[in-house]
Design a binder for this molecule. Structure first.
Ligand code: ATP
Ligand code: MG
Ligand code: MG
Ligand code: MG
Length: 437
């Protein structure tokens, strides 16, 4: 992609109402533009990162056995009356009336709709276990939309819903999502800690929020330090028996403010291992039994022929919020430092003299070679001064910067810089490409 033909409206300074660094950097790097409070247009660079994050989430859902579908953003109010949530949900729900005076809403979540889809087709325990997910825009009329995409009103969420014959099977479904989440966030370079979360009126211990530690996080959290550094299990696990992996983590203390028990924290965790911090909720998993299936009559015939209400769970990931969380965790004074797995481009090729045919030719050859090797490349072919080009490259956080100028062309070398470490090497293109890998 040639920068001269791209759309990258960077800003010298962030608007003063952007309070936290991820919001400031997303605006400065030309990734998003606010259209209304908590409602953003995704500009090309932001969209590329959003798409990569979405794809990682999708792959890990599928690895754990979930099946993708797509439900609409608009839902009928009557469906929510069946569960009793239409009145209970309150002012966060955006309610809409169509030309026929039919009441609709812009979905803040999809438990009712997925239960309706399930009951329309599934009649036997033989179709279970089943886990269906979608990645779709949600709307919640947040009282205080803020921090950019971190607390938007319109935001992208992955939500999965599991259906099982009984609680034991539902627990296995829960464990699959638990492990899928550990792997998902680790692939994005994040350390996300599962923490016991409030289950509300249903009770039980089956709800965890996945929290990324960050000073700007909105929740106060308490956990054993060991959990932060624990490596993700990876995909090569026995997906039918994950209890020991889950137990290993849930046996260590980790709780959000609402669930915190100071006495338990102190008795379970050595003082040196106690961590009190702020965190960002990037995911939330929940087992809620028959809360929706009972009132909505989502039943299947069991092996004995008798109908039973299915046991359900729901599993959310804040896909758009993750961009903010990743930037909070990975930036410096100069800008964003994208982890390789979510970077909008793998390499930026910087042409130091865009009016010199030899330099242009060397740059174009480098772009071609990199693309042939499967790398995505942003080519800065603009006639801006070198200082401005380096500043932009640092700001937008592409993992590798490959710089070519007249001196390098004469010597047959390029300069390669790793954004994360600032480390620079001068070498022939082939060698630089080997370093990039
Ligand atoms: P929060 O406590 O931050 O308000 P929540 O508990 O209301 O979030 P859930 O209903 O658990 O959110 O939704 C699943 C996931 O969707 C959350 O873990 C979070 O990552 C994301 N999410 C929720 N609300 C927003 C929002 N307003 N903007 C961006 N992402 C959000
Ligand atoms: Mg909320
Ligand atoms: Mg929450
Ligand atoms: Mg939540």
């Amino acid at each position: 992609m040639r920068l001269s033909r791209y759309f990258l409206p960077t800003l010298k300074e962030a608007p003063s109402d952007a309070q936290i660094v991820s919001h400031q950097l997303m605006l400065r790097a030309g990734m998003i533009k606010q259209e209304a409070a908590g409602i953003y247009a995704w500009l090309p660079l932001g969209l590329r990162v959003l798409n990569r994050i979405e794809q990682i989430v999708r792959e890990e859902q599928e690895r754990a056995g979930a099946v993708e579908l797509l439900m609409p953003t608009l839902q009928l109010a009557d469906l929510w009356r069946e569960s009793g949530r239409y009145d209970a949900y309150g002012p966060e729900m955006l309610r809409i009336t169509d030309r026929h005076e039919r009441e609709l809403l812009y979905g803040p979540t999809n438990e009712e709709m997925i239960t309706d889809i399930f009951r329309g087709f599934v009649k036997s325990y033989k179709s279970l276990p089943l886990n269906l997910f979608h990645i779709q825009w949600k709307f919640r009329d947040e009282r205080r939309p803020r921090f950019g995409v971190m607390r938007g009103r319109e935001f992208l969420m992955k939500d999965a819903y599991s259906f099982d014959i009984d609680e034991a099977a539902a627990r296995r479904a829960y464990n699959r999502m638990f492990v899928a989440y550990l792997n998902t966030f680790a692939r994005m370079g994040l350390k996300a800690v599962p923490m016991r979360a409030d289950t509300g009126p249903i009770g039980g211990d089956l709800s965890h929020e996945f929290i990324v530690l960050a000073e700007t996080g909105e929740s106060q959290v308490f956990c054993d330090k060991t959990l932060v550094e624990m490596a993700a299990p990876g995909g090569d696990v026995d997906w039918n028996d994950l209890q020991s992996i889950v137990d290993q983590r849930t046996s260590l203390y980790a709780a959000t403010e609402e669930m915190h028990d100071a006495a338990a924290f102190e008795s379970q965790t050595a003082e040196a291992d106690r961590l009190t911090a702020r965190g960002i909720e990037v995911g939330h998993i929940f087992y809620f039994g028959t809360k929706y299936s009972a009132p909505m009559k989502a039943r299947v015939a069991g092996p004995d022929g008798a109908d039973t209400d299915v046991h359900m769970g729901s599993y959310g990931v804040g896909v758009s919020r993750l961009l903010g969380a990743i930037i909070e965790a990975s930036h410096d004074e100069a800008g964003i430092i994208w982890p390789d797995a979510v970077a909008p481009f793998d390499v930026v090729v910087i042409n130091l003299r865009a009016n010199d045919p030899d330099v242009c030719q060397a740059c174009e050859a480098a772009v071609e070679a990199l693309e042939a090797a499967g790398k995505s490349v942003l080519y800065d072919d603009t006639d801006e001064r070198p200082g401005g080009k380096f500043a932009t490259a640092d700001l937008i956080g592409i993992p590798w910067q490959l710089t070519i100028g007249p001196k390098g062309v004469a010597e047959g070398v390029v300069e390669l810089k790793r954004r994360a470490t600032g480390e620079k090497t001068t070498a022939p293109l082939a060698q630089a490409m080997e370093t990039i890998g």
